[in-house]
Write a protein that binds this ligand. Sequence first.
Ligand code: GRF
Length: 190
Amino acid sequence: MSRKLGVLISGRGSNLKAIIDAIARGDLAASIAIVISNRADAPGLEHAAKAGIETLVLSHKNYRTREEYDHALVGELKQRGVELVCLAGFMRLLSPVFVDAFPNRILNIHPSLLPDYPGLHPQQQALDAGATVSGATVHIVNAELDAGPIVLQRQVPVMPGDTAGTLAARILEIEHQLYPEAITKLLTSA
Ligand code: GRF
């Protein structure tokens, strides 16, 4: 039986696309049961629609508290039998309501070599620190921001003259390889 993923996005969705493509190529033995965005205008929703994957917009603005919103997200994911939740540019902090509903079964991708440069603008943080190497990390999500156990990490060089934009583009290429590999690693280790 195919392992069911739920992918959460807020924007562009290029990592979602990389996961869709890896499944289509046969490199990732899983299926995406649903893609949920907290924003109706997330361009990434198109990638899901084109691949015939169910999409759902669940706006956090319609909920009074973070916990109520997370409860609704969990309900939608569980209803579809989702086993592993993949955050792919989902710009929301998760409460314990969410984290405890999928223990060790939520992944996030972050464009730095964690624990370096957690939080916002990690590429700019790397440049500001004078780093010569940065990269991407896929980690398990726990209650602390960008701090859960690391599943996979890969490096890229920081080049002289890099801007946050050029570094982000170099890291993104690595992200697209790393995320499907990390999902496979987690699913096959269970
Ligand atoms: C990626 O850089 C990811 O590491 C970070 O947000 C960005 C999302 O990009 N968490 P995309 O929406 O997958 O294109």
